[in-house]
Write a protein that binds this ligand. Structure first.
Ligand SMILES: O=C(CO)[C@H](O)[C@H](O)COP(=O)(O)O
Length: 262
C-alpha cells in the first residue's frame, strides 16, 4: 500500500492513525513509548498544529516527552494531570482478553502507572503481537540495582515454584553495561515461553523484594487497534465486545513522513 513505509511501519502507522480518532478536544492524554507510539505522537502533533486540537499529554518516558515537546504538544506531569481521559500506547504482546506484555522499550513502569490512571487505554499494534497465550516475548521485570543478582535468583526460584515453562532470566544490557530505566533501575527479562496464569504471575512477581514492577498489564487495556501492512485496521473493544474493521487511507506525501526519526 505504501512506497514510503515498509509493511510493518504501515501497520503501525495505520493503527496509530485510527487510534487518534478517539482523541477529543480538551482531553488529558497518556502518551505511550515505542515505535508505534511514535506515530501516534507525530499524528497528534499534526492535529494540534493544523487543526487546533487542544490536549495536554503525560509522556511515559523521557524519549516520548522530548518528541511530544518537539511536536508542540503541551506536556504536563501525571501529578499535575491527576487523572487522564485516555492513554494510547504500544505493546509487545496482547491476548484475546487484551492482557499485555509491555516493556520491550524499557518504559513499563511509567507506562503502567499512566495507563492505570486513565479512564481508557487503547493499545496500538501491528498484527504480529497478537498471541493465544502471553509469554513468547521475554517478560520485562524492573528491579532496583541494589542486590539485583539476588532479586534475579529469587525471580528464578519463583518461576520454578510456579512450574512456569522456561525459567531463564537475563539482565538487559545496553552495550557493555546494564540497561538503566528512566527511574534508574535495571530490567530482568524472563524467557518463560508461555505464561499459563498471567494474573497470578503478575501478583507474585511484585511481591519479591527488589522488584519494582513487571510488564504484565492485566485488565488495564480496553481497546486494541490492530494494523495490517495493507492498511487494514481492526478494532476490538473488550468492554462492549464490539469489533470493527476498515481501511485507513493516507497520502504517500503526508508531511509526517518527511522527517521520520525512529
Ligand atoms: O512497552 C513498550 C515500551 O516500554 C512498547 O510499547 C512496546 O515495546 C512496543 O513497542 P513498539 O511499538 O516499538 O513495538
Amino acid at each position: 500500500m505504501s512506497d514510503t513505509l515498509s509493511p510493518i511501519d504501515t501497520a503501525k502507522f495505520v493503527a496509530a492513525k485510527r487510534a487518534v480518532e478517539f482523541v477529543e478536544d480538551g482531553m488529558k492524554l497518556g502518551l505511550g513509548t515505542g515505535s508505534t507510539a511514535f506515530w501516534m505522537v507525530r499524528l497528534l502533533g499534526e492535529m494540534v498544529r493544523n487543526d487546533g486540537l487542544k490536549i495536554v499529554g503525560v509522556p511515559t518516558s523521557t524519549r516520548t516527552a522530548e518528541l511530544a515537546r518537539q511536536e508542540g504538544i503541551k506536556v504536563i506531569s501525571l501529578d499535575e494531570a491527576k487523572w487522564l481521559d485516555l492513554t494510547i500506547d504500544g505493546a509487545d504482546e496482547f491476548d484475546a482478553e487484551l492482557n499485555l506484555i509491555k516493556g520491550g522499550g524499557g518504559a513499563l513502569l511509567q507506562e503502567k502507572i499512566v495507563a492505570t490512571a486513565s479512564d481508557q487505554m487503547i493499545v496500538i499494534s501491528d498484527v504480529s503481537k497478537q498471541v493465544d497465550t502471553l509469554g513468547a516475548f521475554p517478560l520485562p521485570v524492573e528491579v532496583i540495582p541494589f542486590g539485583w543478582q539476588t532479586t534475579k535468583a529469587l525471580i528464578e526460584e519463583t518461576l520454578v515454584s510456579m512450574d512456569v515453562l522456561g525459567q531463564r532470566t537475563t539482565l538487559r544490557m545496553n552495550g557493555a553495561t546494564p540497561y538503566v530505566t528512566d527511574e534508574g533501575n535495571h530490567i530482568i527479562d524472563l524467557h518463560v515461553q508461555r505464561i499459563g496464569n498471567a494474573r497470578q504471575l503478575a501478583l507474585i512477581l511484585n511481591q519479591i523484594p527488589g522488584v519494582v514492577e513487571n510488564g504484565l498489564f492485566i485488565d488495564i487495556c480496553d481497546v486494541v487497534v490492530i494494523g495490517h501492512g495493507d492498511g487494514r485496521v481492526e478494532t476490538h473493544d473488550i468492554n462492549s465486545g464490539e469489533t470493527t474493521e476498515g481501511l485507513v487511507h493516507f497520502a504517500e506525501n503526508e508531511n509526517i513522513f518527511s522527517d521520520m526519526g525512529d
